[in-house]
Structure formats: structure tokens, C-alpha cells
Design a protein around this ligand. Structure first.
Ligand SMILES: Nc1ncnc2c1ncn2[C@@H]1O[C@H](COP(=O)(O)OP(=O)(O)OP(=O)(O)O)[C@@H](O)[C@H]1O
Length: 520
């Protein structure tokens, strides 16, 4: 094919008959190619390349989709693909369509075995996309994994200097820019270790990330929010700074606090703000430390890698927790959650406990973790105190963010979001009650949510006041019952130096349920 193209380009424009014959040959060749056995096609392609090199003044550069001994798709290939889609696809006859980043239109890319022409500073360049099927043309479950695609760039040898010095850097820069323009944020999740045949399939699969949360809709103390945004900006724009201080370009965030205080919501807001992908790592599905490392390597830059409820996946000794059945989606009172663990391939007990604390530490800041850069790692937990200090020390988890119960400032954000109201006569009472009662932003939001299309602000706020009062009464009754019980079972001294069991149960982050007046 290249030889034919080379001849055509070399001899310029001749008879119409010659053109038509060449066009027929090209068409015939592309048809025949689709039905050729893989090895034969490979052989013919290599032969034509050798012939071309011997008799034509044309040079061909190949850009393979996968580079040997490296993980993932080659960046040069991805850049070439994006460049050709953005600049030359209109000249192609066979294109492949897919949903574009915004999902409102189709985007097209050059199809396999198709050729397009580009022009750069007076030089003509031919791009051709080839596909090689697996050796032996084996039709197997994972056959598509072994297809190899290559972009071949052909040009006259007199343009060699121009291509090396200017054209290839131009393709790379334009391709990267096009990738950023077309970027659709994605939410990845790790697949179980292997498919039924034992073949190691793709490690991540993804869907479009569509979470609507932003920092504007996130209810939390405004100063704290500003600090987090500043920190994220510093990180995003800090490539040179990180390089200058000799630190890998990554940052760890630990989000801790009771269920329903907005930890997941915060991650979505962070991803939206930075325009990053999210990799939701289900640690309990990971076979061992090697697989964990592979998962990390397969993540791309500009991403947030999330391990939710880290205390439920790794225990203090560094061993993975045993499988536990999730009885229901609802969490227990203390917010403890246990994730369902899929059966480990191979099934043996030994297979189960192979992601260790040291493996996880390596994942966060081992040598491999520096690959690629621009990654944020987020751990969430309801029980910070249960985590190994080594796991969350500064340098690993650089920023610790406490997500707490709803304060008045958070409430105001939620009221604005849910009811479009900035002030109301009930606000004062709500402020007082929120100072006395712990209620999660999730519960506040649920009470604010209009229950009919009418969106009656008064009704929603009154419902919240009622819920807060009920919570206060319930807490008061509980505290009274607890105090009475204590009086019966403990002597006065013991009562003085221990905090109430209620307080202990709720953890140190919780303020007392009791109204301040009653406490005195
Ligand atoms: N701070 C907040 N600001 C705005 N909405 C919130 C906030 N916290 C919770 N919500 C609302 O409550 C819902 C549940 O919150 P989210 O899942 O983020 O909590 P979480 O802390 O991650 O809980 P868990 O520990 O159970 O995973 C969210 O979908 C959101 O609507």
C-alpha cells in the first residue's frame, strides 16, 4: 500500500486511466486486507515496506499503540490519534464514530486501514492506521486485547529534518491540546482480578463522571472550603514546584467524619473543580500487592484515586479483613461499613490476605507511585482513630479534612441550594438548634428537600425545625436515661473522671446532644 501511494505521490498527476487503476488497486487492497490471515497481512506489509524503502524516496515512521515492556497505550499514539481526529479526519473516507465528550454529538476518528493526507509548511505527509490481529488469528474471549494498532507516517525523505524538528512536536502538542479540549471526566472502577478464563483483562472500566456536586453546593465552613480550594490550586499548578523540591507530583487527602457529612460529595466537587478523572479503588477486590501496583500504574494523570472507608479494607496489622456479607445498604449506628468481597480467583485462603499495609504504603509513596504524576489520592473513613498512623502521616496523607456535622454556615449553603433562600424568619431558631444538636448535612438536606412541586420554603424550614427539636428531645431523653443508669451503677468518683458513654460512642468529633443550659 505504501509503495503504491509512494509511486502515485512521486509521479504526480498523470492519466485519468492510471488514476482510476490506482484507485481500484487501493480499494481492492483495502478489501483484501480485511480478509487476509493476520500473518500473511503482516508479511505483505513488511515486504511492501522493504520494497518501498529500496525503490522510493519515501520514509515511514511507525507509532505503535503499545510500546513493549510498558503499561498502557503509548502517549505518542494517543496524541497522533487526537491530532488526526482534530485536523485530518475530514479527508478520510472511512471513519469511526463515537459519542463525543459532551455526549450531545458524535465525534469521528480515522478508521483502521484508512489513509489521510496532511500538509505542513509545504510538505505533504500521509498517515495510515493499520491493525494487526493476534497471532494465529485465534478467536478467543480476550482477542480484542491483543489487536495491535499502528499509525504509519510517510513523507518524502527531503522533509526528514522538518518532520523530526517541527512536525512531530507539532503533532504531539496539537494532539495533547485536542485531548484536553475533548476531555470527558470519567469514573473508573477496578475490575475483579481476572475473567473466567484466567486471562488478565482490563484492570479498570469506566463510566462518564456526572456527579453534579461542586464546591458552591458543598455545605461546609467557608474558610475551610477556601483553604481546600487554595490547596488544590497549588497542587494543580505546582508541577515545576514539585520537581524543584524533588517530590513526586501527587498529594494525599484524608477525609474523615461521620456518615452523611459529605465525604463523597467533597471528592466529586474536587474532581469537578480540577477537571480530573476519579478512580474508585475497591481494595477488597484486589488480589495482591502486585495487582495493586498494576492498578496504580494503569491510572492516568489528572486523576483522583479514591479508597472509600479505608478502615474497612485494611486492618491495623496490615492484613485484609475477612469477607463479610453486607446485610443491607444501610449503615450501622456507628457508621461502620463492611464491603462485600468477591471470591478470590483460585479461591484459596492464602490468596485472600495478600494486600498488605506495606503494599498500600508502597502504593501511596513507593517508587512506582511517582510514575506519571498529577495524581491525588483520597482515603475516606468514619473512624480516623482506627487507622495505622503510618498510613496517614503527613507526606502520605498531606491534608486531613474533618467533615463534621452541619453548622449554620453549611445550613445556609444547603438552604440556598435546595430552597433558593438566603434569609428567613426561622433561620435564627435553626442556628440555635444547630448549635445544640448534631445533625448531618445529609439529614438537613433531606429535611429541606421540597416534598411537592410547589417548593414551599416555609414548610421545608418548619420541617427542619421540627426534626431538630425532635432530635434534641431524643438526645435529652437518652442522656437522662444514661445519667440515671450511671448513678445506679457507678460511684461518684468514677462518674467524675469518665466522660459519658454516649459521648464516647459518638466519638470526639461530636458535640454533646445536650442543650448548653441543661449541661450547666
Ligand atoms: N456537606 C454537604 N454539603 C452538601 N450536601 C451534602 C453534604 N453532606 C452530605 N450531603 C448530602 O448527603 C448525601 C450523602 O452524602 P455523602 O455520601 O457525601 O456523605 P459521606 O460522608 O460520604 O457518607 P459515607 O461516610 O456514608 O460515605 C449527598 O448526596 C449529599 O446530597
Amino acid at each position: 500500500m505504501e509503495m503504491i501511494a509512494g509511486d502515485v505521490h512521486a509521479h504526480g498527476y498523470g492519466w485519468a486511466g492510471v488514476w482510476s487503476a490506482v484507485a481500484s488497486l487501493i480499494f481492492l487492497w483495502s478489501m483484501v486486507q480485511q480478509y487476509l490471515p493476520a500473518q500473511l497481512e503482516e508479511y505483505l506489509t513488511a515486504l511492501t515496506r522493504r520494497l518501498q524503502a529500496a525503490i522510493t524516496p519515501y520514509v515511514t515512521i511507525s507509532i505503535d499503540e503499545h510500546v513493549p515492556d510498558s503499561f498502557g497505550r503509548s502517549e505518542a499514539y494517543l496524541a497522533a490519534e487526537a491530532y488526526l481526529s482534530a485536523t485530518c479526519a475530514s479527508g478520510a473516507r472511512r471513519l469511526r464514530a463515537d459519542l463525543a465528550a459532551d455526549s450531545d454529538r458524535m465525534s469521528v476518528a480515522v478508521d483502521d486501514h484508512e489513509e489521510v493526507v496532511d500538509e505542513f509548511r509545504g510538505a505533504k505527509l500521509w498517515w495510515r492506521k493499520t491493525k494487526t490481529l493476534p497471532r494465529g488469528n485465534v478467536i478467543s474471549w480476550s482477542a480484542h486485547e491483543e489487536e495491535r494498532r499502528t499509525y504509519c507516517l510517510t513523507f518524502h525523505q527531503r522533509h526528514r529534518g522538518l518532520v523530526d524538528a517541527l512536525y512531530l512536536p507539532h503533532v504531539l502538542a496539537e494532539g495533547r491540546a485536542a485531548t484536553v479540549r475533548n476531555r470527558q471526566r470519567r469514573l473508573f472502577t477496578n475490575n475483579p482480578s481476572s475473567d473466567w478464563s484466567g486471562y488478565d483483562a482490563r484492570v479498570w472500566s469506566h463510566v462518564k463522571l456526572e456527579h453534579p456536586s461542586t464546591f458552591a453546593t458543598l455545605g461546609m465552613d467557608p474558610d475551610k472550603k477556601r483553604d481546600i480550594i487554595d490547596d488544590l490550586e497549588m497542587f494543580r499548578d505546582g508541577k515545576d514546584y514539585y520537581a524543584s523540591v524533588g517530590k513526586a507530583w501527587k498529594r494525599g487527602y484524608l477525609l474523615f467524619g461521620p456518615p452523611g457529612t459529605g465525604k463523597s460529595t467533597m471528592i466529586a466537587a474536587m474532581a469537578k473543580y480540577l477537571d480530573y478523572d476519579v478512580y474508585d479503588l475497591e481494595l477488597t477486590s484486589v488480589k495482591n500487592n502486585t495487582e495493586l501496583r498494576r492498578l496504580f500504574i494503569e491510572t492516568k494523570g489528572k486523576s483522583i484515586i479514591v479508597v472509600e472507608d479505608i478502615d474497612c479494607s485494611i486492618d491495623l496489622t496490615g492484613k485484609r479483613k475477612k469477607k463479610k456479607k453486607k446485610s443491607s445498604k444501610k449503615k450501622s449506628k456507628s457508621g461502620d461499613k463492611r464491603k462485600k468481597v468477591p471470591p478470590a480467583p483460585g479461591g484459596g485462603k492464602d490468596e485472600e490476605n495478600k494486600v498488605t499495609l506495606s503494599g498500600l504504603l508502597n502504593f501511596i509513596d513507593g517508587l512506582w507511585s511517582a510514575c506519571g504524576g498529577e495524581r491525588i489520592i483520597v482515603f475516606t473513613t468514619n473512624h480516623k482513630e482506627k487507622l495505622d498512623p503510618a498510613l496517614i502521616r503527613r507526606g502520605r496523607m498531606d491534608v486531613h479534612i474533618e467533615m463534621s456535622y452541619c453548622c449554620f454556615e453549611s445550613f445556609k449553603v444547603l438552604a440556598k441550594n435546595y430552597l433558593h433562600v438566603a434569609d428567613h424568619e426561622l433561620f435564627h431558631e435553626i442556628q440555635q438548634l444547630l448549635g445544640e444538636v448534631n445533625m448531618t448535612p445529609a439529614d438537613v438536606a433531606e429535611n429541606l428537600m421540597p416534598k411537592s412541586k410547589k417548593k414551599d420554603v416555609d414548610t421545608s424550614l418548619a420541617r427542619l425545625v421540627k426534626a431538630l427539636k425532635e432530635a434534641k428531645e431524643e438526645a435529652l431523653a437518652k442522656a437522662l436515661a444514661g445519667a440515671e443508669e450511671k448513678e445506679e451503677t457507678e460511684d461518684d468518683d468514677e462518674e467524675d473522671d469518665t466522660s459519658s458513654s454516649e459521648e464516647e460512642e459518638n466519638g470526639k468529633n461530636k458535640k454533646l446532644y445536650l442543650p448548653a443550659k441543661w449541661e450547666e
